[in-house]
Design a protein around this ligand. Structure first.
Ligand code: ARG
Length: 407
């Protein structure tokens, strides 16, 4: 029986060449699956012309799955709840979409009775890890194939290969940057970006070009950790993210320029634009500051770092990640309220205000004016006992460096 493979297909050069290459070299049948996670297909190309390319390359079938709502409601929503930023910066744009794609690849593999899934990643990145570990977690019986890791072709070789086999590659021919995008933002690599000392070129950015003539102000509402409204207008999360990408992005907000540590041990200079992701995480954090009890807030911050590392490292489907999700879910029960944001060009976001019916912020306790309800005298005993250990230590053993320099 001929082996059947379900390929994560983008419509680009590499995955198109991968179809023909796997047929020729491995004698398999290939089903192409394009998972729509909100990427802007190359120059707005239609799914029909992408289908034609897949079939021209030799695919047995081509399937498009619209996973935008799922990406938003399950994956982005969890990332917001976990305030997820890998190495304190990167909101996991590509890392969030891979498990969505993996889940659909596995589902299609079952539907087409395939024995393997395949991806077009090279051996140097994180995405291969995410595809393969993710597939093994959901379907330990499926094989994962990585043609682009085996073929040893340069980009020019791939162009020749496509021409030889009459695969129409059109718009995908000239490429300086490697760009991966979805509704959570855009990840940009290669070209001049590979010199970490050189200023990142402006040209590959699309979401963060300044078009607003005035500052943008808006109010975001959250319900148990999930963003639900902009300025009082309820929206599906995918639409809310898209709207915010446009509104915040129009002031130039959302760019990140960083050197990051890939799972495979390579340091990589990358730039990102993710206005909605950064605005939503920033606002969500602000609301948590109002409603989370101090110890929960502090412990959550520690676990958030781990959550982001796990997801970056391809462990979306893993026991530790699921256990951390349970913790995060518990903390989100009262994260309900509004945050007012203001975006000033170029690229500045400020929180103007926050409010919540569940706030632990208590005006009577916080105020220094006549409305004060705090019992000041209680503090005397509290501080004495709190500092008792240090005082005893000072009396018996003394502090090092107790005199200022020069005295
Ligand atoms: N470095 C980022 C990550 O690992 C972005 C990867 C972008 N992927 C790509 N195929 N261009 O999440």
């Amino acid at each position: 029986m001929t082996k059947r493979v379900v390929l994560a297909y983008s419509g680009g050069l590499d995955t198109s060449v991968a179809v023909r290459w796997m047929i020729q070299e491995w004698g398999v049948e290939v089903v192409c699956v394009l998972v729509n996670v909100g990427q802007d297909i190359d120059s707005g190309e239609s799914f029909d012309s992408i289908r034609e390319r897949a079939l021209a390359a030799g695919a047995l079938d081509f399937v498009v799955v619209d996973a935008r709502a799922e990406m938003a409601e399950e994956f982005c929503a969890r990332a917001i709840a976990a305030n997820a930023r890998y190495e304190g910066k990167y909101p996991l744009v590509s890392a969030l979409s891979r498990p969505v794609i993996v889940r659909h690849l596995v589902a299609q593999a079952r539907k087409f009775n395939a024995q393997a899934v395949a991806h077009g990643c090279t051996g140097k990145g994180n995405d291969q890890v995410r595809f393969e570990v993710g597939t093994h977690a959901l379907a330990p019986d499926l094989e994962v194939l990585a043609p682009a890791r085996n073929w040893g072709m340069t980009r020019a070789d791939s162009v020749d290969y496509a021409q030889k086999w009459d695969i129409p590659i059109g718009a995908t021919k000239e490429k300086i940057y490697s760009i991966d995008e979805n509704l959570w933002g855009r990840a940009i690599e290669c070209g001049a970006i590979e010199d970490p000392w050189a200023e990142a070129p402006d040209e590959p950015y699309t979401l963060t070009r300044i078009t607003a003539t005035d500052p943008v102000e808006l109010t975001l509402s959250f319900d148990r950790g999930v963003p639900t409204e902009i300025d009082g207008v309820a929206m599906e999360l995918a639409d809310l993210i898209a709207t915010l990408n446009v509104r915040a992005g129009s002031t130039g907000f959302g760019r990140i320029d960083m050197v990051e540590n890939r799972r495979v041990g390579i340091k990589s200079r990358e730039v990102y634009e993710c206005p909605a992701a950064l605005a939503l995480i920033g606002a969500h954090l602000e609301l948590e500051d109002m409603v989370l009890e101090r110890d929960v807030r502090h412990e959550k911050a520690r676990l958030e770092t781990r959550w982001a590392e796990l997801v970056y490292d391809g462990m979306w489907f893993s026991p530790l990640k699921e256990a951390l999700d349970a913790f995060v879910d518990e903390t989100q029960r009262h994260v309900t309220g509004d945050v007012r944001l203001r975006f000033d060009a170029p690229g500045l976001m400020r929180v103007l205000g926050r409010r919540s019916p569940k706030a632990l912020y208590d005006y009577g306790l916080a105020t220094y004016d006549a409305a004060d309800t705090f019992r000041h005298s209680d503090s005397e005993g509290f501080v004495r006992i709190y500092g008792l250990g240090v005082k005893t230590w000072a009396q018996r053993q003394g502090a090092k460096n107790s005199t200022p320099p020069g005295s």
